[in-house]
Design a protein around this ligand. Structure first.
Ligand code: NDP
Length: 321
């Protein structure tokens, strides 16, 4: 029997490629561009392993496509509606990165509030010896209330960590989550009003676009700290720069940006921000676990007709065995 043919457009973790080679025929192209796969070759592709974008045109170019295995828990780069219309299953890599991303969120929060990266720079530049002690951080975690925008898999892992810090916790989601001890707010503004740390960990969807806007930042208040480890899409960056400049909020820590890898100068110029280059899940161990799930989804689909972690929009099983 012919081995299923898997297309890999663009860059993906090499572990994915190495493992896929054992079970499948692999076709690699530089990017997800239909012009890079001849029609005859495209007709034989039944699976895709992708990290990043896969648009409707590329999906349309693959007539025998059954499954798109996407690297990462956020799958906003894949045109899921185009896949769903054709009964193509899309899979992501949930859960295996929860703890890593939550750890990073806490690290970013501490960096932002206690200015630890600036303190290290002070030491490395010899200023401790030359100028004495690093200035006291104007902000502290003590006595704060934390609000989590998106209490899903990762939001819960962040909340559990914040409990250990002794902070009060509240959250906003569209539906209250059953069985959690945290205070629910039915709107983002009400959550921002009630807390002085706002941690965003929602997916990129039409509904979450620039929801952290001038009004929400005003509600967060002059002692407020914004942390975003979800998607840059969720924040109105111009409003954020203005709020940080004018003391509408106190500080922000960001792992994600609206137009990555471009970070606005307005943010880079500010002293009261801590910035990371989208590294929340970026350890070897966690990226390996994500790579394995990309591969295991494809194996499960072609061996048993059922993907391990299909996204909710494509709850399909395999039609032909
Ligand atoms: P989940 O699907 O488990 O959780 C998403 C949460 O967001 C749910 O609580 C959901 O609740 C809430 N939510 C969704 N839409 C809205 C909305 N319009 N308004 C309010 N709340 C909303 O996802 P994960 O926790 O696994 O991941 C979350 C996101 O984090 C990913 O989609 C990804 O974009 C991002 N991420 C970023 C990483 C990084 O490297 N910085 C790494 C990993 C993930 P409800 O449905 O009730 O509204």
């Amino acid at each position: 029997m012919n081995r299923p043919r898997i297309l890999i457009p663009g860059i993906i973790r090499e572990r994915v490629v190495e493992r896929l080679k054992d079970a499948f025929d692999i076709v690699r192209i530089d990017s997800a561009d239909p012009a890079l796969v001849a029609r005859s070759e495209a007709a034989a592709v039944s699976g895709v392993a992708v990290s990043g974008r896969l648009d409707a045109a590329m999906i349309a170019h693959l007539p025998a496509l059954e499954i798109i295995s996407s690297f990462g828990v956020g799958y906003d780069g894949v045109d899921v509606s185009a896949a769903a219309e054709r009964g193509i299953v899309v899979t992501n890599t949930p859960d295996v990165l929860n703890d890593e991303v939550a750890d990073t969120a806490i690290g970013l929060l501490l960096n932002t509030v206690r200015r630890l990266p600036q303190a290290e720079t002070w030491l490395r530049e010899g200023r401790w010896q030359r100028d004495g002690a690093f200035p006291l951080s104007p902000l502290s975690l003590r006595g704060r209330k934390a609000g989590i925008y998106g209490l899903g898999r990762i939001g819960m892992a962040i909340a559990r960590r914040l409990e250990g810090f002794g902070l009060d916790i509240a959250y906003h989601t569209r539906q209250p989550r059953e069985g959690v001890p945290y205070t629910y707010h039915s709107s983002l503004t009400a959550l921002a009003q009630a807390v002085d740390i706002l941690i965003a960990i929602v997916p990129k969807t039409p509904e979450t676009h620039r929801t952290i806007n001038a009004d929400v930042l005003k509600a967060l208040g002059s002692n407020g700290v914004l942390i975003n480890v979800g998607r840059g899409w969720t924040v109105d960056e111009s409003a954020l720069v203005a709020a940080l400049k004018n003391g509408v909020i106190a500080a922000a820590g960001l792992d994600v940006f609206y137009d990555e890898p471009n970070v606005p100068d307005g943010l880079l110029d500010l002293p009261n921000v801590s910035l990371l280059p989208h590294v929340a899940s970026a350890s070897v161990a966690t990226r390996d676990a994500m790579a394995d799930l990309v591969v295991d989804n494809l194996i499960a689909w072609f061996d048993r007709g059922q993907a391990l972690t299909p996204v909710p929009e494509t709850p399909f099983t395999r039609k032909s065995g």
